[in-house]
Design a protein. Structure first.
Length: 168
């Protein structure tokens, strides 16, 4: 194993998120697992959005890995994208790993079935590291989302909270 391969593997294993840029669309932060020499991720309804990135079987993607401690870029690498056939041997092994990392699944007991029928499990196999990391921040405008924030805190809430402490 070369130093570049070792850096890609160790950095990707330790990072909870990777930034994936497909042939089309914006770069997205995606959770993943490192398993048998590649990053595996799941996307689709109820999971992380991978549509619109062009992550089709045989496509090439650029993966940027951040530091778990500081959040800065450690390495960027190119990947060959492969979509796993549902319920195949490789799919089953990857899903076993992914299930352990999936937090707050609304249907944990039916997770494998849902992933097999409505989601895509992708394998991002490293094909090499890109050269130098960019000097700029690469900051981008956030993607549009239907998510909303809560309403402002009611003006009387701090006063009510202080009153509750005095009674004790």
């Amino acid at each position: 194993m070369t130093m570049t391969q070792a850096l890609i593997e160790e950095a990707t294993k330790k990072s909870g998120l990777i930034w994936v840029q497909g042939p089309s669309g914006p770069s997205r932060a995606l959770w993943h697992v490192w398993h048998e020499g590649a990053a595996y991720l799941v996307g689709g309804p109820g999971e992380q959005p991978v549509d619109g990135l062009g992550l089709d079987d045989g496509a090439t993607a650029t993966v940027t890995v951040r530091s778990k401690d500081k959040g800065g870029r450690i390495v960027s690498w190119t990947a060959s994208v492969g979509e796993l056939a549902p319920r195949g041997e490789e799919w089953t092994a990857a899903v076993a790993e992914l299930k352990g990392k999936r937090l707050n699944a609304p249907d944990a007991e039916r997770l494998e079935e849902r992933w097999a029928t409505t989601c895509r499990v992708l394998r991002l196999a490293p094909t090499g590291a890109s050269g130098d990391l960019p000097d700029g921040s690469l900051a981008a405008t956030p993607l549009p989302t239907p998510a909303t924030t809560r309403h402002p805190m009611p003006a009387a809430l701090p006063r009510l909270l202080r009153r509750g402490r005095k009674k004790r």
